[in-house]
Each structure stands twice: as structure tokens, then as C-alpha cells.
Design a binder for this molecule. Structure first.
Ligand code: FES
Length: 164
């Protein structure tokens, strides 16, 4: 682990009664530094918490806001759970895949857009919903998506997760 990362690991671990509780904030920090949770971040997380790499890997791969590979400047996550599916998420997903020319989990060749279908985003009362770089959009129709896409193409925000 690099000295800088070790300093951050100790700072985060000091905030919790158990070191393992600091693992997710630590992985978020690593992601902010590297763009995604790298192999090295998994090793560092294991060292920090006294866990195996497999245990850290299982945690990193469980959360949709931790990325195991680099993502585009625009991360689009569409809910695929029941309420959204009943309210047109399937049609929306198909539309987005066609518009971007990608499948679930892929990034456009220009590196701008990553598309993911994720579990419930906890906005079921305003289904179908999606998140763009962690910002919610509700009751999204294919037409509304096209409007949003134009806005996003005009800007180039980076995905950034707050590290504790
Ligand atoms: S089912 Fe889509 S937000 Fe809950």
C-alpha cells in the first residue's frame, strides 16, 4: 500500500469501532483516485481490514456504486426491478441500448457513456427511474431520455463519488 493510501486508510479506520466498517469508504476513496476499484485497491482493502482479497472482492462487486472496471464520463444506471418494469423500464432500456449502441454493462467506444441496468434505486413511486452520475431522473420515457442525452452530450461531467 502506498504511504498516502495507508495514511487515508488509518484516518478512515479511526472513525469506526471496527476497521472493517471503513472498507466501503476506503474503496470509494480508491475509486476516486483511480477511476475504479483496481486490483491493488482490493489488496489494500484486505490489508487494511484483515480480510482476504476474496472477501473484499465480494463486497466491491456487490455495490453498484463501486466499479470494477473503468466507466465512461457519463454513467447511466436504469432500474430493472418490478415497479419500474411495470411502468415501462423494459422499453426504456431497449431504447437506451439502441441509442448508445451498447449492451448492459458496456461503455461507448468514445468512452463517454457507460450503461448499466441495476436493482431498485428506491424511487419506485416515480418509476421508471434512472441515475445519471448519481443524479436521479424520474418517470423517464424514451423521449425524455433523448432530451436528457442531448443535455449530457453538451456537457462532460466526470463520475465522482464522495469519499468520506
Ligand atoms: S423498482 Fe425501480 S426504483 Fe424501485
Amino acid at each position: 500500500m502506498s504511504p498516502e493510501r495507508r495514511r487515508k486508510a488509518e484516518e478512515l479506520a479511526a472513525r469506526y469501532p471496527r476497521r472493517q466498517s471503513a472498507l466501503i469508504p476506503f474503496l470509494q476513496y480508491c475509486q476516486e483516485q483511480d477511476g475504479f476499484v483496481t486490483r491493488q485497491a482490493i489488496r489494500d482493502g484486505a490489508e487494511m481490514c484483515g480480510l482476504t482479497e476474496a472477501e473484499v472482492e465480494s463486497i466491491a462487486s456487490f455495490y453498484t456504486l463501486l466499479f470494477r472496471q473503468s466507466v465512461g464520463k457519463h454513467l447511466i444506471q436504469v432500474c430493472r426491478t418490478l415497479s419500474c418494469m411495470l411502468r415501462g423500464a423494459g422499453e426504456l432500456q431497449e431504447h437506451i441500448r439502441r441509442r448508445l449502441g451498447v449492451r448492459n454493462g458496456e461503455t461507448t467506444p468514445d468512452g463517454l457513456f457507460t450503461y448499466e441496468e441495476v436493482e431498485c434505486l428506491a424511487a419506485c413511486d416515480r418509476a421508471p427511474c434512472l441515475q445519471h452520475n448519481l443524479m436521479f431522473h424520474y418517470n423517464v420515457t424514451p423521449d425524455e431520455f433523448d432530451r436528457l442525452l442531448e443535455t449530457w452530450r453538451a456537457s462532460r461531467p466526470a463520475v465522482s463519488l464522495p469519499a468520506e
